[in-house]
Design a protein around this ligand. Structure first.
Ligand SMILES: Nc1ncnc2c1ncn2[C@@H]1O[C@H](COP(=O)(O)OP(=O)(O)O)[C@@H](O)[C@H]1O
Ligand SMILES: N[C@@H](CCOP(=O)(O)O)C(=O)O
Length: 293
């Protein structure tokens, strides 16, 4: 038996659509696997009632197939589904790390990234790796067709999750098909600024680089209260604010000393828009961790 804690993640970080990702120190899923002749999946925890246990429909089932590793699997969800916090990815990442260990497949963490991403194709139609990469490797990750690079970064974060669901599949439908040269230049500049900020653990640069003129404005329209939440977070000291993944969670980078105020303002702003929400005071954290074997 192997048990793995796989963290929530925030993909895109504004300027890095389908490329950037960051592991969050909390929340997390806990995935336990045991050898079995046939695969079964049991799901408990946050939002478990919305998650299919059929291996064909659960992200974990695709990982079992890819690793040829049938197992009895228990997923204890700490990451709410349809959150923008890589819920579907956390389970897939945890299963990939756990099954690799259980069956002694000997794959490196980098090699497990495309395998876990197969699970994302099951739910969103696209095997995007920007959530599974940080959930497996930890830190800030850059994923391209050539592979994944990661760096550790000490960046305090607030993630505010409103009590509404946005599926990644739906939120991908609003992504524009084209961008102008001006938008491209702005996006490259912001993405590069963010990457430099991560390498230096510089919260100001990371925040500055989170702006995105192409995808985020379209996604923000799907989140009631977004503009006020963003503005209030900045007023409380956030250095950057954007949609987390496909939403509805909103992520803010800030200094440690401002984190509590930023969280309080974001919660208040959602409440004023008539939406209950939950704020996680978190930071960029480690990847999947083996808890027990
Ligand atoms: N192990 C899993 N954990 C979470 N969601 C899952 C899992 N397997 C399948 N799903 C489905 O994936 C969808 C949520 O994924 P997605 O829309 O990408 O949201 P998120 O941003 O939270 O990952 C839901 O429809 C859920 O039922
Ligand atoms: N790059 C993807 C990321 C989706 O993240 P999720 O946490 O919302 O699943 C996208 O923006 O569609």
């Amino acid at each position: 038996m192997v048990t793995v804690r796989a963290p929530a993640t925030s993909a895109n970080l504004g300027s890095g659509f389908d490329v950037f990702g960051a592991a969050l120190s909390r929340p997390a899923d806990v995935v336990t696997v045991e050898r079995a002749a046939e695969t079964t999946i049991e799901v408990t925890g946050v939002g478990a009632q919305y998650i299919p246990e059929d291996p064909e429909k659960n992200t974990v089932g695709a990982v079992v197939e890819a690793l040829d590793a049938p197992a009895r699997i228990h997923i204890d969800k700490g990451v709410r589904p349809a959150s923008g916090l890589g819920s579907s990815a956390a389970s897939a990442a945890g299963a990939a790390v756990a099954l690799n260990r259980l069956y002694d497949r000997g794959l490196s963490r980098e090699e497990l990234v495309p395998i876990a991403a197969e699970g994302e194709a099951v739910v969103s139609g696209v095997a995007h790796s920007d959530n599974v990469a940080p959930s497996i490797l930890g830190g800030f990750t850059v994923t391209t067709a050539e592979g994944t690079r990661s760096v550790d970064a000490a960046i305090p974060l607030v993630v505010c999750l409103p009590d509404v669901a946005v599926s990644t599949r739906d939120a991908r439908r609003v992504v524009p098909e084209t961008a102008s040269m001006e938008e491209l230049v702005e996006t490259v500049g912001n993405a590069a600024t963010l990457a430099v900020g991560m390498c230096r653990s510089d919260t100001d640069l990371v925040g500055l680089g989170m702006d995105d003129p192409v995808v985020t404005p379209e996604r923000a329209r799907l989140i009631t209260g977004y503009d006020d939440v963003r503005e209030r977070a900045f007023d409380a000291g956030a250095t950057g604010v954007t949609v987390s993944g496909a939403g509805p969670a909103v992520i803010a980078a800030c200094r440690e000393r401002d984190r509590r105020d930023v969280a309080a303002e974001m919660l208040d702003a959602f409440a004023e828009a008539g939406i209950e929400s939950r704020a996680y005071q978190t930071r960029i954290g480690r990847g999947s961790t083996v808890l027990d074997e």
